[in-house]
Ligand binder design. Structure first.
Ligand SMILES: *Cc1c(COP(=O)(O)O)cnc(C)c1O
Length: 496
């Protein structure tokens, strides 16, 4: 029996895994969720003897039940190969009182690679399985890291085009350089005069535009999404939580059944939701600590039960978390509302009309596993400096938000449970902020001088992803107003 996916906004809309991956977003703006979260059918002991690819198979087979074993293994093998600079794919590093789960060993040195390396294979396999003849147009809004990881994943993949919108003034210089130098005949990168939420809203609008869908279909195209709302993103992200627990078991850092806490630097709520799914699958996770930067809408939500996006959007040194509408939270809202599409739709409607909604006490009760906290810009910088001074380990700004929140959490609760911090980007991706945090006198240096300094300081070799952009030519320079996003897409597809 195949695992069925349902829309969070319409009980009648169901899909198999491959259909949900192809479609990305359900109709009426809903998200696909599995009708139940499967349990691991291998013991953690067995999993501890497996490598990353094998664990990936054991986890993903439970969700992508309409893929044959051969199809799924092909996708996994093609994704998790030498593109990663370590055979382990994800590394676990013990520093101070935490385990850092390094998720940045892929092609674009941020955790998005963990899922976006495999999504193109899942997508093209899904297209084949469903006899899709149209060319698939991946439409993506990015706060910086998704865009590059999706571009790298989909570049020159036959039968696809990829269009990425990013906030022109809201990503780091290195993030922007990485995107605008992207090669590949099927890649398009556009800056918008707006923030990430504007980009995401614009993309969602195009997805739910029926007339546009019909026009595209006539021209032989259909949209899909590489954003973290696609279950093809979510499922591969569950893997590394299972893998990290199994590894810590293997190395004797954990004893059988011992619980861990997980701290995740959060933006769109995708990564931490994957940890929540891992917990429900049977990984002994106690608390899920949701770490925000100064855009602390999730901290406020977990402390008050009220989600309120009516606030100033703050540009921080952790731009991939500069988000006021955390799309994936809808999956948690839906689940805790008893999988009631009416209730969920009402909340989401309130969010889009009033910008706020308040969940019930019963729902909050079911969210007890989560707790939220946040780090200010100062606390983030201080954490980078302190971690470096105490351990010699250099962490990026996003990981530093999580590390700062972890420290606060321990001070506030006295909880000494062993803790895994999701380390979501290489410090090389945010070199200027990282180096300034360590010593503000670095600020006068150029980006590439700072990169060389960081190499000396950290003893970690400059990643290939950075070497690649030193001299790469800019290939994309389109900038548009938020209102014109659809026009740009039509231009690219030669519609009208
Ligand atoms: C995307 C991203 C995040 C936030 O992850 P979500 O799944 O959106 O919560 C955190 N850190 C980095 C470096 C990212 O690229």
């Amino acid at each position: 029996m195949d695992l069925i996916y349902k829309s969070t906004r319409n009980d009648q809309e169901t899909a198999t895994a491959s259909q949900a991956i192809l479609k990305g977003l359900a109709d009426e703006g809903g998200l696909f969720v599995p009708t139940q979260i499967p349990k691991l059918d291998r013991s953690l002991d067995e999993l501890s003897q497996m490598n990353y690819q094998e664990v990936a198979y054991e986890v993903m087979k439970l969700y992508l039940t309409d893929f044959t074993p051969e199809e799924l293994k092909h996708c996994i093998r093609s994704a998790y190969d030498e593109k990663f600079d370590t055979d382990n794919i994800a590394e676990i590093v013990k520093k101070g009182d935490a385990f850092y789960l390094e998720l940045f060993h892929g092609k674009t040195i941020a955790f998005k690679d963990m899922a976006l390396s495999i999504l193109p294979y899942l997508m093209t396999t899904s297209a084949k399985k469903n006899q899709v003849k149209n060319e698939i147009v991946i439409l993506t809004a990015t706060s910086g890291d998704t865009g590059k990881a999706a571009l790298a994943g989909f570049a020159d993949v036959p039968g696809t085009k990829i269009i990425v919108f990013y906030p022109k003034h809201g990503v780091s210089p290195i993030q922007e350089k990485q995107m605008v130098t992207q090669r590949g005949k099927n890649t398009y990168v556009i800056g918008i005069e707006g923030n990430f939420d504007d980009a995401q809203t614009g993309v969602k609008k195009m997805f739910s535009d029926r007339a546009l869908a019909e026009e595209m279909d006539r021209a032989g195209f259909q949209f899909s999404s590489a954003n973290s709302i696609n279950i093809g993103r979510l499922v591969p992200q569950i893997v590394y939580y299972v893998y990290s627990y199994a590894r810590l078991l293997k190395t004797g850092e954990l004893s059988h059944g011992e619980k861990i806490n997980v701290v995740v630097p959060t933006g769109n709520f995708g990564n931490i939701l994957a940890a929540y799914y891992a917990k429900q699958m049977g990984v002994p996770i106690a608390k899920l600590v949701c770490a925000s930067n100064e855009n602390k809408v999730l901290f406020d939500f977990f402390t008050t039960g009220c989600y309120d996006r009516n606030r100033e959007f703050i540009l921080t040194s952790s731009p991939s978390m500069d988000i006021l509408i955390s799309s994936n939270l809808e999956r948690l809202i839906y689940q805790t509302a008893g999988r009631d599409v009416k209730k969920n739709s009402t909340f989401m409607k309130e969010l889009s009309t009033k910008g706020t909604y308040t969940v019930t006490d019963e729902m909050r009760e079911q969210m007890k596993d989560f707790c939220g906290n946040y780090a200010t810009e100062e606390e983030t910088a201080q954490t980078i400096r302190e971690t470096y001074e105490k351990t010699g380990y250099v962490i990026d700004t996003h990981t530093a938000v999580a590390a700062a929140v972890y420290k606060k959490y321990r001070q506030e609760t006295g909880d000494e449970t062993k803790t895994v911090i999701a380390s979501t980007a290489s410090p090389y991706k945010f070199t200027r902020s990282v180096m300034n945090a360590i010593d503000p006198s670095y600020d006068t240096r150029s980006d590439f001088e700072l990169i060389d300094e960081l190499e000396k300081l950290s003893g970690v070799k400059v990643p290939q992803a950075i070497e690649d952009i030193r001299s790469a030519p800019v290939l994309h320079d389109t900038v548009c107003e938020t209102e014109d996003m659809c026009k740009e897409v039509k231009k690219i597809l030669s519609l009208e």
